[in-house]
Design a protein around this ligand. Structure first.
Ligand code: CTP
Ligand code: MG
Length: 212
């Protein structure tokens, strides 16, 4: 079994508003992406990172695509030996080895496993006027994170679609689901947050500091 880490890190980080790409912004004294690479390099045989133009220099890096899933497709194409792909956003520095290992263990009998947290808020659906249409049953709802672990051949097939389909996808599991694949959730800590806005960076730094 060749387990390869696939790290989409090619986004510009528009909402964070840092001076450069988000994955290379400083977080707790090092680049945001380094926290994730430390963990993935312990668990995976190797890691392929999709990076923005100008960051391709080091080994194990490929040029990312126009959308997140295009970046995943490009990185996976650079790992033809992979039988299992561990996809993880550079933007989630709170990943742990324990979480990746639980996802890998849960893959037996499935095409994909996604780390997910139980939803704490009540979730309502509203129409364009703001009128509430319904209140969803929270007990069945999960907030989806990464890592997302897949049988690599299934993910390759799922990603072999039009660029416009990839651009509309907010995660890789949804593409696997659309291709008929079986995906399950594994409960993950809610503190495995994604750094999206400046407040998330401060929160991630505080959480990382509390771990040391
Ligand atoms: N990503 C990528 N290629 C893209 C877009 C995003 O590899 N074309 C990566 C980001 O680097 C990030 C992850 O996908 O690690 C999740 O995306 P997001 O949090 O949206 O990051 P950005 O796209 O960089 O941020 P923004 O949407 O605010 O510009
Ligand atoms: Mg984005």
């Amino acid at each position: 079994m060749a387990v390869v880490g696939i790290v989409p890190a090619a986004g510009s980080g528009e909402r964070l508003g840092a001076s450069g790409p988000k994955a290379f912004a400083m977080c707790g004294g090092r680049s945001l992406i380094d926290w994730s690479l430390d963990v993935l390099e312990e668990v995976c045989e190797r890691v392929v990172v999709a990076v923005p133009a100008g960051y391709e220099g080091a080994g194990g890096r490929v040029l990312g695509g126009a959308s997140r899933s295009e970046s995943v497709r490009r990185a996976l194409a650079a790992a033809p030996e992979a039988t299992v792909a561990v996809v993880h956003d550079a933007a989630r520095p709170l990943i742990t080895r324990e979480l990746v290992e639980r996802c890998l263990e849960a893959l037996e009998g499935w095409d994909g496993v996604v780390a997910a947290a139980r939803v704490a808020d009540t979730i309502k659906e509203a129409d364009s006027s703001g009128r509430v249409v319904r209140t969803l049953d929270r007990s069945a709802l999960w907030a989806i994170q990464t890592p997302q672990v897949f049988r690599a051949e299934v993910l390759r097939r799922a990603l072999d679609v039009d660029d416009s389909v990839l651009a509309a996808a907010t995660d890789d599991a949804s593409l696997v689901e659309a291709a008929g694949g079986s995906v399950r959730v594994v409960e993950a800590p809610a503190d495995n947050i994604k750094v999206t806005r400046p407040v998330d960076l401060s929160l991630a730094e505080a959480l990382l500091r509390a771990r040391c």
